[in-house]
Ligand binder design. Structure first.
Ligand code: FES
Length: 110
């Protein structure tokens, strides 16, 4: 089956109550991060090839704003909107993993 998009970016925008110890990406600026991804995808002419979607909790709450890029399955911790732009410029356009924003591999192991 053909894929409609070459890549999907999922950006957690989940919000929890202020007193929830797990925290949440919404309190780490997730909506600004999501907007930065969408704007950068559009500005670089990637609409139709790359889809930036907000998502619910990705179970990487301590790394918020948590982001995953498929089909590669690369997980990023994205603290600032300019970091979202860097991921679009380097990962999505040049195919380079943005090492300094990666969520540590040890987290993903069962
Ligand atoms: S709240 Fe964002 S990964 Fe859980």
């Amino acid at each position: 089956m053909m894929n409609k998009y070459e890549r999907h970016i999922f950006i957690c925008t989940n919000r929890r109550d202020e007193d929830n110890k797990k925290g949440c990406c919404a309190r780490n600026g997730a909506s600004e991060i999501r907007d930065a991804f969408k704007e950068a995808v559009s500005k670089r002419g990637l609409k139709g090839k790359v889809r930036a979607n907000q998502s619910g909790c990705l179970d990487a709450c301590s790394f918020g704003t948590a982001v995953v890029v498929y089909p590669e399955g690369i997980w990023y911790s994205v603290p600032r909107p300019e970091d979202a732009v860097e991921i679009v410029e380097k990962h999505l356009i040049k195919g380079e993993i943005v090492e300094h924003l990666l969520i540590p591999r040890s987290w993903a192991k069962p």
